[in-house]
Design a protein around this ligand. Structure first.
Ligand code: NAD
Ligand code: SER
Length: 316
């Protein structure tokens, strides 16, 4: 029987992934943890504990006491926030991963999921159709930590046989929990502002193309790669996943189809340089071939559902 530990369950991904995992593995077999309180539906549906993942002793205690077999390690400081506190963010992003990997090795856990990001690429990477294997010279502290993390998870797989699995998530778009301080957050904020005020001032310029993915597709891809037969996986660093590629201008045009009065203005800040260093769109053919990555949502489908769901949420 699988017993799963989610670290970072209160964040944008964790708040949805935890509930999906509970549907599959049973409520009591998915232990949710975070350094801050969890949403009520997580606390109400199964076990939750406060955990600072930098506290290796407490992490070990939970792993042993709960007889954990798999970890989804989602705690991190994202790109925008990491640039404000580079050393502290490096410490959290790297030390948390090393704690997880070391305990996975010692306790012989079955599988570890740890997300990487499009931030592993940098200004010298080809921006269009970015290949799985290419030049990687990230110039943000977040990107450097993700690239180092990819190297470490592959090292633990090769050296110690820890079954590490990972996706290079693009920007994730969702309506349940607010985004956690990244460069792609505009693509979440824009929906709230469009519904509330019919206008949005974007912190990226109109033509900043970035890969994005709607949360249901991201959750499915995450669970799919974790449930794949090990023999199908040709890599244990991290898979490119593309999602949908668009610019703030294109997204605003799509929102206008539903809210014709909507107006977008642009005031790029420090996150523009980060966006400029990341791919515009990504080649995810290795993930498609290895374990059958696919998506349900396109730009129109995602926009319609975001507006509907956020509209309902704000009306309450
Ligand atoms: P988030 O910021 O919304 O959530 C992270 C969670 O980790 C938060 O609830 C936070 O309280 C928790 N956390 C922070 N420090 C902790 C600590 N010391 N101990 C325990 N918990 C701690 O982030 P997210 O968007 O849910 O991202 C999850 C993972 O996916 C991260 O590794 C992130 O880099 C990666 N990722 C996210 C995106 C995206 O667009 N959301 C894209 C690419 C990669
Ligand atoms: N959405 C994330 C960020 O902008 C990408 O990893 O930081």
């Amino acid at each position: 029987m699988e017993k799963i530990l989610v670290i970072g369950c209160s964040g944008q991904i964790g708040s949805e992934l935890t509930l999906e995992l509970r549907k599959i593995y049973g409520n009591n077999n998915v232990i949710a943890t975070d350094i801050r309180p969890a949403p009520v539906d997580i606390i109400g549906s199964g076990p939750f504990e406060i955990l600072d993942v930098l506290d290796a002793s407490k992490l070990q205690l939970i792993l042993e006491h709960e007889k954990i077999t798999q970890i989804y390690h989602l705690a991190a400081i994202l790109s925008g926030n990491a640039e404000k506190r580079p050393l502290a963010s490096w410490d959290i992003n790297m030390r948390s991963l090393m704690n997880v990997l070391e305990l996975a090795r010692e306790l012989k856990l079955k599988k570890i999921f740890w997300p990487s990001s499009i931030a592993v690429f940098g200004p010298s990477t080809p921006r269009m159709n970015t290949p799985q294997y290419t030049i990687m010279e990230p110039n943000t502290v977040y990107g450097i930590s993700k690239l180092a993390g990819e190297r470490w998870i592959e090292y633990y797989f090769n050296k110690y046989g820890v079954d590490t699995r990972s996706l290079r998530y693009p920007g994730l778009i969702s309506y349940k929990t607010e985004a956690g301080g990244g460069t792609t957050d505009y693509a979440v904020e824009i929906f709230y502002e469009a519904i509330k005020y019919k206008k949005y001032q974007c912190f990226l310029g109109p033509d900043s193309a970035l890969p994005m993915m709607f949360m249901p597709d991201a959750i499915k891809a995450t669970i799919d790669v974790m449930e794949s037969d090990a023999s199908k996986l040709s890599l244990h660093s991290s898979y490119n996943v593309a999602g949908i590629c668009f610019t703030p201008g294109i997204l605003a045009g799509e929102i206008k189809k539903h809210i014709p009065e909507f107006e977008i203005t642009y005031k790029p800040d420090f996150r523009q340089a980060i966006a400029d260093s990341w791919p515009a769109c990504i080649d995810d053919s290795v993930a498609r071939k290895d374990w059958g990555l696919n998506y349900v949502y396109d730009l129109a489908g995602m926009t319609k559902e975001m507006l509907n769901e956020i509209g309902k949420k704000l009306a309450q």
